[in-house]
Design a protein around this ligand. Structure first.
Ligand code: MG
Length: 467
């Protein structure tokens, strides 16, 4: 029987207001989830995922663990679909579980996103990252397009290529491992490894036999390093392991027995032969922005990027031109996004109308939104000769609040409707929309007018008490 001693600690950090990470630490199943999404989305996503993982991990097999992660993904998608405030939320998931591998009791790590599983092997001081990050910079680094140093300062280092909650199906990587007494595993969110260098993490992990004390010390160090993100740490010590001799022999020195990447699993390919464990990866410090998820780059362009496309003399280091190209591309994309955003705001702020009493009690058609939107104040589209004393009583409350209409024509139709009811009530209206409808209240078709063209912005009048 493989048995564990474990500890877990988490903290909101020094900058964030809410802790969007969640931790699971029970005998035989350990996990860290790092949520993302505005408002309360990330917090909900990571909690829903952890609960679903625990609920669906019913059999101690790698495939059941992978399926539990996929069901956790579906749970996040379903929850987001039922609440507009949660749309777009997602979460990472990195878990370690006791399973049966090739008929023997082993361990499995599963991963989606950029939370990490590390291993400190018994008797060594070498920290090995077991999981592979699903982030844009990790993909570019694996393709050879950027170096570890580039990745550490890359402006898009918080962009993920996989996360739970984004699509109905998610690709899950799995890593089967041989349990060895004395080995220590660490699961953590990026709030730890972005703030604490791996040699220091390794020192703390190996420095005490108390996993809870080590977990708390790592959280303290992450806060000391800046605490720019939520911090989650789970530490698992292997304290007993019987009957896994075959796995230990098979894995040799790196503990890894079998790796199945999510893409291979989806295409029906079996597991790969045990590779060398991935090297521990450099973790760059930097700003901890909210994460976003994009598809991974599909085709390596390393060869093209390595060419000096500036026409410079041979021998000029390619890294400089690559960096310049990326900066320019990033700035162009950034400015395009800003431009689109401004256009959308302008469109939303001005492409609507409302009908309301002005401060003198006259009925006025305004262009814009009641109360204005950001720096856009409503403007007078058309004034009318109707006023509070002549409109039918049933329209008064609506006109005090402001009646929204999607177009000028429909706002004019609303005013025409007031006139018809006024006439039916025996009212005295004889005019029309100033310069617009010409007082014709006998027809039901209202044509937009172009006569009144306000040139200055006015502040929407405050509501006037009903007489
Ligand atoms: Mg994080």
């Amino acid at each position: 029987m493989t048995s564990f001693r474990w500890g877990a600690a988490g903290d909101v950090g020094q900058v964030r207001q809410v802790n969007q990470d969640h931790i699971l630490a029970t005998d035989g199943l350990f996990a860290v989830a790092d949520g993302m999404g505005g408002h309360r989305g990330g917090e909900v996503a990571s909690e829903v995922a952890i609960d679903a993982l625990q609920e669906h991990f019913g059999r101690p097999t790698t495939e059941c663990l992978v399926e539990a992660v996929q069901l956790a993904n579906e749970a996040v998608v379903t929850r987001a679909a039922g609440d507009s405030e949660l749309r777009g939320m997602g979460t990472t998931m990195c878990a370690l579980a006791r399973v049966v591998v090739d008929g023997e009791e082993g361990l499995t790590v599963v991963n989606v996103g950029d939370s990490r599983a590390y291993l400190l092997m018994d008797g060594t001081d070498r920290l090995v990252q077991i999981s592979e990050d699903h982030s844009l910079v990790a993909t570019l680094e694996r393709q050879g397009q950027i170096t570890k140093e580039d990745a550490a300062v890359h402006p898009q280092r918080n962009i993920l290529t996989r996360a739970l909650g984004i699509d109905q199906r998610v690709l899950v990587d799995s890593f089967d491992l041989a349990p060895v007494v004395g080995d220590r595993y660490l699961l953590c969110s990026d709030g730890l490894f972005n703030e604490v260098e791996e040699p220091r993490i390794c020192q703390v992990l190996g420095g005490t036999d108390d996993p809870q004390a080590a977990a708390e010390e790592l959280v303290r160090l992450a806060n000391e390093g800046g605490g720019r993100d939520n911090i989650s740490v789970v530490i698992v010590h292997i304290v007993e392991s019987d009957g896994a001799d075959g796995l230990r022999q098979q894995s040799g020195d790196n503990r890894v027995v079998n790796v199945i990447h999510g893409s291979d699993r989806a295409s029906g390919n079996g597991g790969a032969a045990a590779p060398a464990a991935p090297d521990a990866k450099a973790a760059g410090k930097g700003k901890n922005k909210n994460k976003a998820v994009v598809p991974p780059p599909s085709a390596p362009v390393a060869a093209a990027a390595a060419t000096d496309v500036t026409g410079g003399a041979p021998g000029v280091p390619a890294a400089r031109s690559r960096f310049t190209w990326r900066v320019v591309a990033f700035l162009v994309a950034f400015l395009a996004i800003i431009g689109i955003g401004l256009w959308v705001i302008s469109y939303m702020a001005t492409n609507t109308y409302f009908v309301k009493f002005d401060s003198a009690g006259h009925v006025v058609i305004y262009q814009g939104r009641p109360g204005g939107m950001l720096w856009y104040e409503p403007t007078v589209a058309e004034a009318t000769d109707l006023d509070r004393t002549t409109v039918p009583a049933r329209f008064v409350a609506e006109l005090e609040q402001g009646k929204d209409e999607p177009s000028l024509a429909e706002a004019q139709a609303f005013v025409a409707n007031i006139r018809r009811e006024q006439a039916a009530d025996g009212g005295s209206a004889t005019g029309g929309i100033a310069g617009g409808l010409g007082g014709d209240t006998s027809t039901t078709t209202v044509r937009p007018t172009t006569t009144v063209v306000p040139t200055t912005s006015v502040t929407e009048p405050p509501p006037t008490p009903a007489p």
